[in-house]
Design a protein around this ligand. Structure first.
Ligand code: G3P
Length: 219
């Protein structure tokens, strides 16, 4: 399972990218709205893309097919490798089909069931983003939606990549990897929580202390 960072914050994205294990970044209008309002969105997205150097999903905000396609074409003038993130609504599915027919990658977002993911895949989605955390928020098993989606993908050999999105904590990462998600797009905080382990820190401190003691004896 590949790891993307789910953020529009350049400091977070640069730090995550520098560690070498991130292969993409996903943004959305809410993440962009958290950033400094004086920042130019196009420049910010270009900086984000340059920082990661891999997959970069940029979401449209139109709710009609023509508007989504106009936005997609504009984003592609900014950087042609962009993946266009489209909401799972009927107008969005038509936009996904149009973009797929032109060979433009899409990430269909706001999916909450395996059936929705299946429909998005049939519309030509390159990526399907299942929002598990928001399901957990309403007392529904979010990981099960990822598991169901992965099972359907296995049975039918579907090609779209399953993105586990709306990840809230390290156990979500673990469960999504076991469920068969291809990618987990993960908040920076959860990536850092997943890296940190008290035994790693204590072990390193002991190694360094022993090394220093050995060097002191040799001198
Ligand atoms: O990638 C989707 C993600 O940004 C949604 O996360 O935490 O707003 O449910 P959240």
């Amino acid at each position: 399972m590949q790891l993307y960072v789910d953020s529009a914050n350049l400091t977070e994205i640069r730090h995550a990218a520098a560690m070498g294990f991130i292969s993409g970044v996903t943004t959305n209008p809410s993440l962009l709205a958290k950033e400094d309002p004086s920042l130019d969105i196009k420049s910010l997205l270009l900086d984000i893309h340059a920082s990661v150097g891999g997959h970069t999903s940029v979401e449209v905000v139109s709710t009609d097919t023509d508007g989504m396609l106009r936005e997609a074409d504009e984003i592609l003038t900014w950087f042609p490798e962009a993946t266009i993130k489209i909401p799972f609504i009927p107008a969005g599915l038509a936009a996904v089909r149009n973009l797929a027919n032109r060979g433009i990658p899409t990430n269909v977002t706001l999916l909450f069931t395996a059936n929705q993911a299946l429909i998005a895949a049939n519309a030509g989605a390159t990526y399907v983003s299942v929002f598990l955390g928001r399901l957990d928020d309403i007392s529904t098993d979010g990981v099960q939606a990822v598991r169901d989606t992965a099972e359907i993908w296995d049975v039918h050999g579907l090609e779209s990549q399953i993105i586990a999105a709306s990840i809230r904590h390290p156990i979500h990462l673990l469960e999504c990897a076991k469920a068969g998600a291809h990618i987990a797009t993960t908040p920076y905080k959860v990536l850092m929580q997943s890296i940190k382990h008290p035994l790693t820190d204590a072990g390193l401190a002991a190694f360094l202390k022993d090394h220093e003691a050995m060097m002191a004896k040799k001198s």
